[in-house]
Ligand binder design. Sequence first.
Ligand code: KIV
Ligand code: ZN
Length: 500
Amino acid sequence: MEKLIIFDTTLRDGEQAPGASLTSKQKLEIACQLERLGVDVIEAGFPIASPDDFKAVADIAAIIKKSEVCGLARCLPQDIEAACQAVKNARQPRVHLFLATSKIHLKYKFKKAEDEIEEIAKSALRAARKKCGNIEFSPEDATRTERDFLFRMVETAIKEGARTINIPDTVGYSYPQEMYSIIEGIFNNVPNINKAVIAVHCHNDLGLAVANSLSAVLAGARQVHCTINGIGERAGNASLEETVMAVKTRRDVFKDVYTQINTREIFRTSKMVSVLTGFVVPPNKAIVGKNAFSHESGIHQDAVLKKRETYEIMNPRDVGAGESVIVLGKHSGRHALANRLKELGLKLDEKKLATVFTRFKILADKKKDIFDDDIIALAEEETKESKKIYELVSIRVITGTDIIPQATVEIKRKKKSMRAQSHGDGPVDACYKAIDKITQIKTKLVNYKLDAVTKGKDAQGMASVEINVKGKTIIGRGASTDILEASAKAYLDAVNKAAK
Ligand code: KIV
Ligand code: ZN
């Protein structure tokens, strides 16, 4: 059996998801969790993109011990220099070079011929190899590249010392049979193919990213690029949890490979990425969605009680998705809370812990049972790195079926309280308009969503908003037992990111 290398790009392609920006501290936290999860390679960022990106990659490189740490670079001298510098202190550094090879990219993006592209790749690989021994090369948009040119580029890259050749389905255009034939074609047509590992990087524009990745594995690929919760550019990337669990669950099909992922860490990693990026995991998401292991119909429930495997192909415990147990109540102390937070993978300093504890006590007065998800929702606010420029002091809303809703909102900015009033199409709209009057930031509400954090009538509401400010997508989240308060907090969370 061969190892299927798991290359996680949550911190690079995942962070390219609109609205998913992470601070370098948050990236470091996620990287440490990815290492606990057992990923082989962490693509930590694109060092040339900004000083923040560079710092994040360098910080991760300095701290991660077991996983390889990789930085992305275009085939340009300044990119290569930045990527090599950023990963130089890693125990196991890797640099990932990419260059588009499809006709459409050559014609419109580069205005260059195939031979010129090959030359650019050659000199970039040579330059990178001088500074880092472990190079991965991606012919970007490989699945739309003429096959003969793709084979030639792969051969050249291997000749120039690339240890891994990644085949990206950049625009998520491929389908499983085609992916299989591309990988098979590479094995049959590239003479030096045995000197490199073949990887795939599949986007999810047609919802086929995981299927395409698995098909590539069956054709002989031995590295898969993926992200936690499948986040990434546009419709996202192949999700790590789905890819890994498919390989683990269908041993009969994927008998030639194994992964070294500690699957019990999957759920915790998914939660952490969702909390820190603000990307809500849909309830029906495979493996990590809230409903992934819940059985609603009586027939299913009955059968599962008789024999779990009748309707469950995986054991929820194998992905770390134990029941959301009642963990704490109003008599629980600070120590118990701190312990539970630690078990959930959330590290808070003393000051933040004190704030969460105060909020926990307030919640425990309103809500009988406090579940893990409640604690995560409470802690979420404190794990946010966005500056709290505006803080909600109070809201008062008058609404009903026969009146126009009206909200009065009080917000604090640097200890100064400001109050505004507004009507709206609904109570939430009235709140948001009142907030806008205070902040004077022009926003467009693109999306609004409200979920119950746990079951029960006294559950906390988790509001998620997506706003657009000057063309930039920003997401915000807020939780409370009062849904209007949750909505106002979510909006302010996004506004605070815009006001930075
Ligand atoms: O989607 C893509 O092609 C990429 C490359 C940088 C590998 O993300
Ligand atoms: Zn990508």
